[in-house]
Design a protein around this ligand. Structure first.
Ligand code: SAM
Length: 373
């Protein structure tokens, strides 16, 4: 019993640790600059964001007028491990001094409150310090799934944040259920989740502008032993190579066609053994004249333009089975397990190259809509 309790708690602790990546202002600015027109007159909700630590709050508060926002709402979560520790920028009227109680901030207007002749973050700081209506304690713990946070979500037009990765599926499901616009940071691996991939396929989720292949750097708590470097402000910074932005806002690159310069030859593009499609190792090599199904690496979704291509599905495990990827032939499964000593999951696309079973990493099956004959 004790062991089980310890295990559960260790599991929770490790999940919480995975969630302690705090977004840098520069990364928010880099991405958000592309959507300015889409934020005008909108209610923005950051629902995993403590103003003491969140640069999302800082960004929207500082740019409230420049973006023409109607309202900014943020809610913080009780268990946030570095709440109150990192950005001691704000003093908030009506909150307990350590700032660790979950609370909500609602800003409807930012004017030159401190009368310094300009409107900016110092006016937000002034508002928080002097106006007790802006920040109010939450009744519950600030969980984005709690009834009071869902009520706030209903008021919102666009949700913007970096949510806890351990709850990503639930987080997305709630946004979809409430039919909200969103711009959030997530792990690229989430694209292989069945329900997340379905959103991509249906053009209800796309990647943002920030380079998909390079990952991002995040602030991590001071007590972390593994990190990439310490920045000029003395904060520990960690790299997450598989981070990207996900959104259902308009993104220009997903309206552009990939320039295709190759021609199909059976020699260059082998077929899978268990699905009628050719294999392609990088999206740049997609042949311009192939009408049938093609398997491309998952990074393709970062270039996906639904006018140019149709996504058939994901050629891995159950998602593959669902779209007709045949299970391993007995001898191939045996070969992979016994000779190659590798897992063999039915539904994964595979090829036979010189008698050897070759399973490429997570392929998306697509068709070029523009090839007619
Ligand atoms: C990856 S961090 C990002 C924090 C902040 N949004 C940012 O980008 O810097 C995720 C945040 O979500 C908070 N969190 C964890 N579980 C939550 C929940 N169930 N509801 C709301 N927030 C949660 C964590 O405390 C943490 O502050």
């Amino acid at each position: 019993m004790v062991a089980k309790f310890l295990n559960t708690n260790l599991h929770k602790a490790s999940a919480a640790k995975k969630d302690e990546f705090y977004t840098q202002l520069v990364d928010i600015e880099k991405e958000l600059k592309h959507y300015k027109d889409q934020f005008r007159e909108k209610v923005v909700y950051c629902n995993c964001d403590d103003p003491f630590e969140s640069n999302f709050f800082k960004y929207f508060a500082a740019n409230f007028n420049a973006l023409g926002l109607k309202k900014l709402i943020t809610t913080s979560y009780t268990k946030s491990p570095i709440a109150g520790g990192q950005l001691s920028l704000f003093e908030i009227k009506g909150l307990k001094p350590d700032g660790k109680e979950p609370f909500k901030i609602e800003i409807n207007e930012v004017s030159d409150n401190d009368a310094d002749g300009a409107v900016g973050l110092s006016d937000v700081a002034w508002l928080l310090k002097n106006d007790s209506n802006i920040a109010t304690p939450l009744k519950g713990n600030g969980d984005f799934r709690s009834a009071e946070c869902i009520e706030l979500l209903k008021q919102a037009d666009i949700v913007v944040t970096n949510p806890p990765f351990s709850l990503f599926r639930e987080y997305m499901a709630q946004l979809v259920e409430c039919k909200k616009k969103f711009l959030i940071i997530g792990n690229t691996n989430a694209l292989t989740y069945r329900e997340i991939f379905k959103l991509v396929k249906d053009d209800k989720l796309r990647t943002g502008y920030t380079n998909f292949n390079v990952g991002m750097f995040f602030v991590v708590p001071d007590d972390w032993e593994q990190f990439h470097h310490i920045d000029k402000a003395g904060k520990k910074i960690a790299r997450v190579s598989t981070s990207c932005w996900f959104t259902n806002l308009e993104v220009e690159k997903h309206k552009q066609c990939i320039t295709l310069y190759k021609k199909y030859t059976p020699e260059e593009y082998p077929k899978y053994d268990n699905y009628d499609a050719i294999n392609i190792d990088t999206y740049i090599d997609i042949p311009s004249d192939y009408k049938g199904a093609m398997g491309v690496p998952i990074t393709f979704v970062d270039k996906y333009n639904p006018e140019q291509f149709e996504i058939i599905g994901l050629g891995i495990s159950n998602s593959g089975i669902e779209i007709g990827v045949k299970p391993y032939k007995k001898e191939h499964k045996k070969y992979r397990k016994e000779i190659q000593k590798r897992g063999a999951v039915d539904g994964d696309l595979y090829m036979i190259k010189n008698g050897i079973v070759d399973v490429p990493y997570a392929r998306v099956l697509i068709k070029n809509k523009q090839v007619k004959k």
